[in-house]
Design a protein around this ligand. Structure first.
Ligand code: BGP
Length: 478
């Protein structure tokens, strides 16, 4: 036995990092449009004025807005079964609290979904991926306000109805668990606290973040129920940035610290969305941050009745947790943690760990017993275009091969129910953390640099031909 026959091979993107056309077709400005680009070592920043925000690369991104037909054809050529795309909320509701949707925005995605279907590709749609209409941040402070629940549900109702026969797979919020961390305050929740403009180091307000997350949980649960009413065949998933953490040592203090990090980072959100209730340790988390959750009447019933059909997650790396202050944050990557002496890291310090994916799949399936899907995975790397135009990205192939082998063991040997695999940034796009274009994940190269110069033309990397073979052989020819 190997991957199931109907395994969903494909790739993943997000509107704010890929689409461009930021002010075209009636689209309103989004949170993501209000971020500068960082550099290899510095994260992006939040801008406060529109002019400051007029900054490459997120406004042009990969110009999918004008090249979607060509991109669909390239994905068709690779044999994609599924393409993960997100809808730009502010393309449908330019301000977020509008009563009437923007028809031009709706028509844009109609066209995209039609082109995908012509290629035999099923769309997998993230409803909210690290952007919300900027007006919702300015007027309501994003998800800190309960009003956002209704705006989100209205948006969902609009797209569920419109794309009833075109989209079957949906994810309610990208990496919802980022809201448990300071970096998710702006990125995922659209909350602006006073302080620095560095989105990783805003003056953090856990009360607002956890309250905002609660609003997102309720919104997600209501969306799941609505989706099933509109089309009982819809499959709705949660999406978690899974942080695989190992205790750095067998010191029980490290083991407990690691368990608590996993509880807070991964299971706090996953448990609510899959099991329909806050986990037993939630009070410990709230106490730790002095959070007093405001739960309205009916919220807990919503959570219980709006659980997801499948669990999707991103997986890039693992981390190690140490209680020894000298080791605690030596890992050097975005998520912190101790440096793991057994692992190599990417150019951005993300520790490469395919075995960690097998472990993760087993942990998750054991806990939830619903189908899983890996909706992000990949290696961000610098690519070199040779004189003849070729791009020899053997490092990317190696990374993906090892992770597919790990998934295969989880399915074949361990018996995990895995629905599909959509590696991140299948066509090059803008980095979420730094805003660079030079941090590339794609099978398809996009000719654009960090400053937005270039033709935006597409070309096939070596990994393109390799992945085509992988899909053709249903994961046998690696
Ligand atoms: C995930 C996000 C994506 C994506 C990816 C890679 O957290 O869901 O949007 O960007 O990480 O991260 P980066 O772009 O920072 O390399």
């Amino acid at each position: 036995m190997s991957f199931p026959k109907n395994f969903l091979w494909g790739g993943a993107t997000a509107a704010n990092q890929f689409e461009g056309g930021w002010n075209l077709g009636g689209k309103g400005p989004s949170d993501a449009d209000m971020m500068t680009n960082g550099t290899h070592t510095t994260p992006r920043q939040i801008t406060r004025t529109w002019e400051e925000g007029l900054c490459y690369p997120n406004h042009f991104a990969s110009d999918f807005y004008h090249r979607h037909a060509e991109d669909a054809a390239l994905m068709g050529e690779m044999g994609f079964k599924v393409f993960r795309i997100s809808i730009n909320w502010s393309r449908i509701f330019p301000n977020g609290d509008d009563l009437v949707p923007n028809e031009e925005g709706l028509a844009f995605y109609d066209q995209v979904f039609d082109e995908l279907h012509e290629q035999g590709i099923e769309p997998l749609v993230t409803i909210s991926h690290y952007e919300l209409p900027w007006h919702l941040t300015e007027k309501y402070n994003g998800w800190a306000s309960r009003d956002l629940i209704d705006f989100y549900v209205r948006y969902c109702e609009t797209i569920f109805t419109r794309y009833r026969d075109k989209v079957k797979y949906w994810l309610t919020f990208n990496e919802i668990n980022c809201g448990t961390m300071p970096l998710g305050g702006y990125l995922g929740l659209g909350i602006l606290n006073e302080g620095t403009r560095d989105f990783l180091n805003q003056v953090d307000d856990p009360q607002l973040r956890f309250q905002g997350l609660h609003h997102q949980f309720v919104a997600s649960a209501r969306a799941v129920k609505l989706a099933h009413q509109i089309n009982p065949d819809f499959k709705i998933g949660c999406m978690i940035a899974y942080m695989a953490n190992y205790p750095y040592s067998c010191n029980p203090a490290d083991v407990i610290a690691c368990q608590q990090k996993m509880d807070e980072g991964n299971y706090y959100c996953g448990d609510v969305q899959v099991r329909g209730e806050y986990p037993h340790f939630a009070q410990r988390v709230w106490d730790k941050y002095g959070v007093k959750l405001d739960v309205a009447e009916g919220d807990l019933e919503d959570l219980a009745s709006g659980t997801v059909d499948f669990y999707s997650f991103s997986y890039y790396m693992s981390n190690a947790v140490s209680t020894d202050p000298a080791l605690a944050s030596t890992g050097g990557n975005l998520m912190g943690g101790a440096k793991n002496p057994y692992l190599k890291a990417s150019d951005w310090g993300w520790q490469i760990d395919p075995d960690g994916l097998r472990w993760t799949l087993n942990e998750l399936y054991g806990r939830y017993r619903i189908p899983l899907m890996v909706v992000e995975n990949g290696l961000g790397a610098f690519d070199t275009v040779e004189d003849d135009g070729a791009i020899h990205d053997s490092y990317r192939i190696d990374y993906l091969r090892m992770h597919i082998e790990a998934m295969k063991k989880a399915v074949e040997v361990d018996g995990v129910d895995l629905m599909g695999y959509t590696p991140w940034g299948c066509i090059d796009l803008v980095s979420a953390s730094t805003g660079e274009m030079g941090k590339r994940y794609g099978f398809v190269y996009v000719d654009a640099d960090d400053e937005g110069n270039g033709t935006f033309d597409r070309s096939r990397k070596d990994s393109f031909f390799w992945y085509k073979k992988v899909i053709e052989s249903n994961g046998e020819d690696l």
